[in-house]
Ligand binder design. Sequence first.
Ligand code: AHR
Length: 490
Amino acid sequence: MKAKIIINEHYPIGNIDRRIYGSFIEHLGRAVYGGIYEPTHKSADDCGFRRDVIELVRQIGVPVVRYPGGNFVSGYQWTDGTGERSKRPRRLDLAWKSIETNEIGIDEFQEWAKRVGSEVLMAVNLGTGTPQDAQNLLEYCNLDTDTHYAGMRRKNGFEKPFGIKTWCLGNEMDGHWQMGHKTAEEYGRIATETAKLMKWTDPSIELVACGSSNYDMKTFGEWEMTVLDHAYDYIDYLSLHQYYGNHTDNTADFLARSVHMDAFIKSVASICDAIKAKKHAKKSIYLSFDEWNVWFHSNGKKVEDWQIAPPILEDIYTLEDALLVGCMLITLQNNCDRVKIACLAQLVNVIAPIMTENGGKAWAQTIFYPYMYASVYGRGTALRPVVKCDGYQSSDGLQAPYLETAVIHNGDTRELIVFAVNRSLDEEIELDFAPCGFDGATLHRHVELYSDDIKQTNSAASQSVAPAEREVQDVPQLKKHSWNMLVYQY
Ligand code: AHR
């Protein structure tokens, strides 16, 4: 099949905020213990962090990491994870029915984030916690005053404040599964009061309020409107969360889910703008898509309760999953005028691009590759692509083009980076790329992620789904069910 992409130098969508390539580490399963931290591992550094994991995270170039949850944060007492380790309490984590040793807390995590070159996107507990607890944590992290919590940080060995810029006001507070679940009214009020205290403490911070836990929540829409009605003046971003799974083993339907993600983003942006108009506000609210991924392989796998770092939510991803992750990244890039932060949930072991064996190897899942290439090369200005190609309708009515694409202009390197997924399960795409205003643009590099078997996975022993450099052609061919990155230089 033939497809054409037309772009024009004068038609930008917006500049990509590098934080759309963020990720997430929750105290959940083996994300922290056995994931980023394993002091007995042969690659452990002086803090007990696994160097092999640090190396893989650095390869991706993760600009921001959300921490410490997720559902976990809604019962978390942050003071448990600070100060002398031998005195830290063991607690029941009701979110995941696990035991939390508190060996890692904010003191250690901000050090790990520095070592991988990421900022921390810190979530506060608005489930069982209070506005005062959140404000105390902010003082501990960001202030240099001669006061209790700033002094506690200094006493714990951190003279300089951590300087955490962006904060999430709780997590999925609309969900009945959340500790301290709230109605939109209740959450709107506590988010506003917490935001006030936090911004009075450190006016330089930015705040993310909870949107709905996913598009299918019965309260979706109403929740956003009520929360924004309360908190509009105090917050900077509204969150979106969404996971997809191939529950019916229908690849065509599954690969169309990013069209749903696009509609979800546009709906939330419209709600933000409606409240902006209603309030006669000047500022706009931006979006933080701070949990997104494919998640379904591990559903229903039972793990014994009350273990330390049990192997939960350890989805092993196929090429098919990597294609949808590629399409979702393209969707984030093409909505970069509105989405300023996004977090692939999560980063290590828990629904993650990076897996580890306790005491053994660290390895890259299939989804690692589209994420890594987007983060490393997808920086600059997203141009509005006009795409001419055939498409199909999914069984739930989504119109999906066979070619999903984003085109990023990097003025520094004089490159146009085309991310392209061919959703067709049986036909190659012959690609005609028409860049207006970029005289002499020529294809310089073609990276492809492909396997004949769309259900192929990777493992600690083999990287069966790994990117390959293809020979550069005048008219590039995008294989059936493949992910591609084309680099044009001008
Ligand atoms: O990422 C796994 C879980 O998914 C998070 O803890 C929660 O916020 C979401 O429901």
